[in-house]
Ligand binder design. Structure first.
Ligand code: ADP
Ligand code: ZN
Ligand code: ZN
Length: 813
């Protein structure tokens, strides 16, 4: 008999065995998908893990439904990497499988499908396909389970697959708010005329057309700024009518084009890479040197030192050797800005992969990588692009390596993309370059220890000085009554100066702990989320209260639910509040806001960045998002409104993170010619971290933090595994956590912390308890994990505890 072991996309630890025919056994290879029945007539997509001849023990193997692929869509190296992820991060292979593949590859009977609007070639559909198409005319979405009923047969996955490929239907996914990007009309010279030495010829040609000549001259003037030229801009500067512009387009001298900044549409004009400065050149050859002996190198380069240009040169070289390159970035830093920049160099070799792309786009990229197509030689992506089916990867770049968003928290696998990338690269014998101006303590420690190579770049491009940082003592300002709302007189003065110089300003408000909440003036009660242990956040734009943890919302009440008083105060200060204050302080300036609310949807972020870039916004207020690798030439001032709330956050990394965040935000100032300024408002200007930020003393910060980590037993000296228990019944989770805590202490002694109640003790009606296990360097990680699993198994054998949700997070920081 022939069998296969398959991975099912479920959290159960083991593989499952199915029976196959002789013919299927010769056809099937690991990494191919099959449809199988599991549980009570549920159908899943499973992935073949191995083909063999051993019957399972204890159950009769079922037959598979059908084979879904002609060739493997996941390769052996990936499977091996999945094994590592499952074992290191203590989750099931099924959970890795589910995270790794775009969900269109993971049909199951529960999957809901929807029609793609605008499909009209019904006559090209087969009978079965038509039945599905027709059913979707009556219902907006149907589950595959339902389709099985409609067609009267179980083998429906291939039909659905076909319909997805024909772009008739899509798998239902999170629906993003629709924002149709505004297409902006730009103008450029046609290829024929596009060079400076053609100018004279052109002017000659237009000798008698005075207006057209004037237009050409204005155009060349604008072009010297080397930025795309909007038609409207050209019209303004030249003072010509649109008819004059059109006549030159008709003559084939100009052409219109549109920029839609979200999608990769390569226009075929790629360019030479920039010549590196001597400092960059040195860094570049040092990187190559370290790669001779190290697998991983850290490029620690101050903001705006040109790290990206160095990556570009390395990428160029690898592509020439015919290797694939993966360029990992935190989701939010995947901006049109960077995409455009890379597209400029690598046009037809570049693909982008991230979660805001539609399912079909993601499937397309997956298939291109799998086929090793030219278009997929360089992949720019967020953490999940790590799972793409590379065959020949030569280099992985992890940019902004310190960013917390490389870590996936929920659901499992709770992996760290940087660490998983390093393991993956080993499998391919590839190199890893991690880059940051403010490396994480662990990475810099590894570099100091010689585990990673270390290359530093301490000059900004063009020798622009790092910004001048001024700490503004707002305790003092409050005392002297020099505050207007949240702005000190000093900050107002600096903003005024910048605006007078026609320069732009970025103001940063940390999100953590400073959402605006409503409080009753009479009884001091704040409205709480009914499902979570948090105060609701006030959103003035929609005049409603929302929970940031579960999405609950309600209209802003007129009076206090507790005492009935009508005096409700919005306190705290979110970005919205700051925006309002700014409008009053600077009524003649354009103010923009960038936070989770204004950047929803695929294009939200792009849109604001675009406006800021085009200098339609003078002052941009925002959260964390602002710190991510943006490059604006005209920003001369960055203000941090309140540094204290991030410093005081209860987490062993809060000082490190505050340092990183402030230095990164500050790095947005003065990236072009002029030295930028940064103002940090704080109640405590003598805080060591603020001093270190203001003197740019990374080393000092590192040493101090490292001492503390050593003293209090934190990474990189100790590893941490965190266990999270959740249940709707308060007493149940309390009891479970106590039992578990005691059992763990009996094994790990003083290295167990907890059970503790986290700051937010209830989310979506689930009460939460944490237990932390610290693992000294000498203690075997494998043995530790086995012990934890053993305790977990005993825990789940206790009937009362079985319903408690039990999550494990390895390296939870
Ligand atoms: P980082 O990634 O270190 O913050 P970037 O690579 O974004 O720095 O570089 C900052 C700015 O300097 C960018 O606008 C970039 O185009 C420019 N730049 C950097 N190096 C060079 C170079 N060698 N030649 C021309 N421009 C450069
Ligand atoms: Zn809630
Ligand atoms: Zn009240």
């Amino acid at each position: 008999m022939n069998y296969i072991n398959v991975i099912l996309p479920i959290p159960l630890q083991k593989l499952f065995t199915y029976k196959i025919t002789e013919a299927e056994a010769t056809f099937l290879k690991p990494g191919m998908r099959v449809a199988v029945e599991f549980g009570k007539s549920k159908i899943f997509t499973a992935l073949v893990y191995e083909v063999h001849k051993t019957a399972p023990i204890g159950y009769e193997a079922k037959e598979i439904h059908q084979i879904l692929d002609e060739t493997p869509i996941v390769n052996e190296i990936q499977l091996k990497h999945w094994d590592w992820i499952a074992s290191y991060y203590m989750c099931s292979l099924g959970e890795v499988f589910r995270a790794a593949l775009p969900s269109a590859f993971l049909l199951e009977s529960e999957t809901e499908i929807q029609l793609v609007t605008g499909f009209s070639k019904e006559n090209e559909l087969s009978d079965d396909e038509f039945l599905i198409f027709e059913a979707l005319q009556h219902q907006s979405q149907i589950s595959i389970f339902k389709i099985i009923e409609i067609l009267g047969k179980k083998s429906v996955f291939p039909i659905i697959k076909e319909l997805i490929e024909k772009n008739v239907i899509v798998v239902k996914e999170q629906i993003y708010e629709q924002y149709k990007p505004k297409l902006v009309k730009y103008i450029r010279l046609t290829d024929k005329w596009n060079s400076n030495d053609k100018l004279a010829e052109l002017l000659n040609l237009l000798n008698r057309a005075k207006k057209q000549r004037a237009l050409i001259l204005s155009f060349f003037q604008l072009q010297s700024a080397k930025k795309p030229i909007k038609v409207s801009k050209l019209q303004d500067t030249s003072n010509c009518s649109i008819a004059v512009i059109k006549s030159l387009v008709d003559k084939g001298i100009f052409e219109y084009y549109y920029i839609q900044k979200d999608r990769i549409n390569f226009n075929g004009k790629s360019s030479e890479i920039k010549e590196l400065t001597s400092y960059q050149e040195t860094a570049y050859s040092e990187i190559k040197d370290t790669f001779k002996t190290k697998q991983v190198t850290l490029l620690k380069g101050v903001t705006s030192s040109g790290k990206t240009e160095i990556y570009v040169k390395l990428i160029k070289e690898l592509l020439k050797e015919g290797k694939q390159v993966l360029y990992l970035l935190p989701e939010i830093a995947l901006t049109a800005q960077l995409i455009e920049r890379l597209q400029y160099y690598f046009g037809e070799y570049l693909s982008v992969f991230h979660s805001k792309y539609s399912m079909n786009e993601r499937v397309e990229v997956w298939n291109n990588v799998l086929a090793n197509k030219q278009k997929a030689q360089l992949i720019l992506g967020a953490r999940s692009s790590l799972f793409l089916p590379f065959s020949n990867i030569g280099l992985i770049i992890v940019d902004e390596e310190h960013e917390p968003s490389f870590k996936q928290y929920d659901p499992a696998p709770r992996y760290h993309a940087r660490d998983a990338a390093i393991v993956l690269a080993k499998e391919y014998n590839a190199k890893v370059l991690v880059g940051s101006a403010t490396p994480s303590i662990e990475t810099y420690f590894n570099a100091q220890q010689g585990k990673y190579g270390l290359v530093e770049l301490n000059r900004r491009f063009g020798d622009v000085l790092l910004p001048e940082i001024e700490l503004v003592d707002i305790k003092e300002k409050h005392r002297k009554k020099r505050m207007k709302g949240h702005f000190s007189d000093r900050l107002i003065e600096m903003i005024t100066d910048a605006l007078n110089e026609k320069e732009q300003v970025i103001l940063f408000q940390n999100r953590r702990g400073f959402a605006p909440v409503v409080e009753c003036e009479t009884c001091c009660v704040s409205p709480q989320c009914p499902q979570c242990d948090v105060s609701l956040t006030f959103h003035s734009f929609r005049n409603e209260l929302r929970c940031h943890y579960c999405g609950y919302k309600q209209a802003m009440p007129h009076n206090c639910r507790a005492c009935g008083s009508e005096k409700l105060n919005t306190k705290g200060f979110g970005t919205e509040q700051i925006e309002l204050e700014l409008q009053q302080l600077f009524p003649d300036s354009n103010i923009g806001r960038m936070d989770l609310d204004t950047t929803r949807g695929k294009y939200g972020y792009q849109k604001i960045i675009g406006q800021f870039e085009a200098q339609e916004i003078d002052i941009l207020v925002g959260t964390q998002m602002l710190s991510k690798g943006l490059d604006f030439a005209n920003v001369s001032l960055v203000g941090i409104l309140n540094a204290d709330n991030m410093l005081n956050f209860p987490d062993f990394r809060s000082h490190e993170r505050s340092y990183q965040l402030m230095v990164q935000v500050a790095g947005r100032a003065g990236r072009a010619q002029k030295r930028g300024k940064v103002a940090i408002q704080t109640f405590n200007p003598y805080h060591q971290i603020l001093q270190q930020v203001s003197t740019n003393s990374y080393e000092e910060m590192f040493k101090e933090q490292l001492d503390e980590r050593w003293q209090y037993h934190y990474p990189p000296f100790y590893r941490i595994i965190k266990i999270i228990l959740r249940h709707k019944d308060f007493n149940r989770v309390e009891e479970g956590a106590n039992w578990l805590g005691k059992s763990l202490v009996s094994i790990f002694k003083e290295h167990v912390l907890g059970p503790t109640t986290p700051g937010i003790s209830k989310i979506r009606n689930y009460y939460i308890r944490h237990i932390i296990i610290k693992i000294p360097q000498k203690q075997s990680l494998g043995v530790t994990k086995n012990n934890i699993i053993r305790v977990k198994n005993s825990f789940q054998a206790i009937k009362e505890f079985r319903s408690i949700k039990f999550n494990i997070d390895v390296d939870n920081y």
